[in-house]
Design a binder for this molecule. Structure first.
Ligand code: C2E
Ligand code: CA
Ligand code: CA
Length: 579
């Protein structure tokens, strides 16, 4: 109220000094942008001054009396104004503030008022100060909008979405209803974004965001969580607002291209994870987390699909998180072992080589399977230090064997696609080959078909340059990937490893039997060596020998074993040869 008091004093002072010089008096109040009503209860006079046209935003001829004042206030706000401002004297209030709309509802006006009382609490004077707040409110509104909405799409932002989801859950709890949460992520968005450029990438997100927005109603809210991540919450999902319906809608929309302002027509798919209250979580954050976890599964299983929450997926995820945490420290401490599984020539039964297989002793001393941790390491990059360790350790051990034994064995090492694609891969390998003085012709790198999915040419070039150095390349797990025989002839490889799944069924399933035989025949014609993997029975061995598969690897002839056991095998082999 100091401000008001100051202005009143100022006006009074001026008033007195200028002795009713209305012109100057008005000028002062004009620049302040305020309008005033001053009431003197003792003298029963009311004075109004200021720029009323401006404050009320209406042409009122800049003359106004108290009764007419009411007619400029929106009829819905008149009562409020009367109770807070006009009746201050009766309520013995000193200060009051009230905001009201003007009669047509176009503008907002704030009124602050102060009543001066004497020692007997009799009101002496009242000053009311009016100012227009329309613009300010619009700005606040905008700020509020920015605080709650995503500026690109206009959808709720993460924070506000979570708040609304909480409201849904609270309501669902009292009404015994369900809430479904859909976590939607554009497939391969990074690629699309890279090819479109940032600006058009944003435009695409915006267009898709608008579509998502169109799904909203009283029961459906939507938010944008990250660059290409959207969340939709459905209260009491059934019928037209069921997850399936919304997903189908989305699918229908995605069938048609999004046309950008540069005329580019973009088609993309989305993957969706769904978590439902109360089964998949009780809190907003839990639901979001679980929907995101199952979204990853939707991505893993080929994208462009929808995955509902399942407890098993969550458990697997949590196991993986544990593995991931422990893996970090294992990498730091090089807490791994290498085992070696022998491979034998099918005909002679003599040792052909060994495949190095990594072993990771977990906290309880039991080995954690490489099939469980290698994919995680490939995802988080740990495969690089792990792969480097494997190469170094395998070559070091191999060098020690060659120093001791003359018998020539091939050393096979599994190489992850991520490892091979590193620029310095060949240099690093060469460095180790020189360091340990290894004959590159005895070194075989096992790679899988997945390596060719992206950057086909680049990978082929790299493989060619490795082979120029004398290093052998082996295609692992043949029969599990796309496994087209026609493309085999174009691959710069030396060896083909026929996957265990073939060997398992070849004996009893006639068609696999025939396929396996023709694969071996054809591969041999291409000049490649064949290795059968996972040979467990004599029957399988005999069959493979009959169809002239070159090499046998499996539990039947030898499990993965320590380097000491391999040394024993080498010693025996040399002894046999010496006899
Ligand atoms: P892989 O390269 O196909 O290795 C063969 C897997 O089959 C090994 O499993 C081996 O122990 C197992 N195996 C061999 N013979 C038989 C058999 O007769 N019966 C059965 N049931 N299994 C047999 P392991 O050691 O658990 O390795 C699993 C996978 O982990 C490997 O499959 C390979 O993809 C990966 N891996 C292992 N070590 C490394 C490594 O040092 N680097 C990379 N990048 N991956 C590795
Ligand atoms: Ca292998
Ligand atoms: Ca294999």
């Amino acid at each position: 109220m100091d401000e008001l008091r100051y202005q009143l004093d100022l006006l009074n002072a001026l008033n007195e000094k200028l002795n009713g010089n209305d012109r100057i008096y008005k000028m002062i109040s004009d620049i302040s942008g305020y309008s005033y009503i001053y009431i003197n209860f003792m003298e029963e006079t009311t004075e109004m001054l200021g720029c009323w046209d401006e404050v009320l935003g209406e042409r009122i001829g800049n003359s106004l009396d108290q009764d007419r004042m009411m007619s400029y206030i929106h009829e819905d706000d008149r009562e409020k104004f009367k109770n807070t401002i006009a009746d201050m004297r009766r309520n013995q209030a000193e200060d009051a503030v009230c905001e009201f709309r003007t009669a047509q509802g176009k503008n907002w006006v704030e009124c602050r008022s102060h009543v001066f009382y004497n020692d007997y609490m009799e009101a002496q004077e009242q000053i009311m100060c009016f100012r227009q707040t329309t613009k300010e409110r619009a700005q606040n509104e905008e700020l509020r909008y920015l605080a709650y909405n995503d500026s690109l799409t206009g959808l709720y932002n993460r924070n506000y979405f979570v708040k609304c989801l909480r409201d849904f859950l609270e309501k669902a709890e009292s009404e015994n209803a369900n809430v479904a949460l859909m976590f939607v992520d554009i497939d391969d968005f990074k690629k699309i974004n890279d090819s479109l450029g940032l600006l058009f990438g944003d435009e695409l997100v915006q267009d898709f965001g608008l579509f998502i927005k169109s799904l909203q109603n009283d029961h459906i809210i939507a938010g944008r969580f990250g660059s290409d991540v959207f969340c939709i919450a459905i209260y009491d999902p059934y019928g037209s607002r069921s997850v399936e319906m919304i997903y189908r809608n989305m699918h229908d929309r995605l069938r048609k291209p999004f046309v950008l302002s540069n005329k580019a027509e973009i088609v993309f798919s989305v993957s969706v994870g769904v978590a439902t209250y109360p089964e998949a979580g009780n809190t907003a954050l839990e639901l979001i987390k679980n929907a995101e976890i199952v979204l990853f599964r939707a991505k893993e299983t080929g994208k462009n699909n929808l995955q509902y929450f399942e407890k098993d997926i969550l458990n697997e995820f949590l196991d993986n998180v544990t593995i991931e945490q422990q893996l970090k420290s294992a990498v730091d401490h090089e807490d791994f072992l290498l085992y070696y599984q022998p491979q034998f020539y099918a005909n002679s039964g003599k040792l052909r080589g060994v495949e190095a297989l990594i072993r990771w002793p977990g906290a309880d001393g039991k080995f954690i399977s490489p099939t469980d941790f290698i994919p995680i390491a490939e995802k988080n990059g740990a495969i690089i230090p792990i792969g480097n360790w494997v190469m170094k350790e395998a070559l070091r051990v191999y060098a020690a064997w060659t120093a001791k034994y003359e018998y020539p064995v091939v050393l096979s090492i599994n190489i992850s696609a991520i490892q091979l694609k590193k620029d310095n891969f060949t240099d690093q390998l060469l460095h180790l080959i020189n360091l340990y003085d290894i004959n590159p012709k005895m070194l075989e790198l096992e790679i899988t078909e997945s390596i060719f999915i992206d950057d086909f040419e680049e990978v082929i070039d790299k493989m060619k340059s490795l082979r120029m150095l004398g290093i052998r390349v082996s295609l692992d797990d043949f029969g599990t990937g796309f496994s087209s025989l026609s493309y085999l002839k174009d691959l710069p490889i030396d060896t083909l490893k026929i996957d265990k799944s073939f060997i398992d069924t070849a004996i009893h399933d006639r068609s696999t039997n025939i396929i396996t035989e023709s694969v071996v025949n054809m591969v041999k014609k291409l000049g490649l060596e064949t290795v059968a993997e996972g040979v467990e029975t004599q029957e399988q061995y005999d069959f493979l020998k009959k169809i002239e598969c070159d090499n046998i690897q499996g539990f039947l002839t030898g499990r993965p074993m320590t380097k000491t056991d391999i040394e024993k095998l080498l010693l025996e082999t040399e002894k046999e040869l010496g006899e």
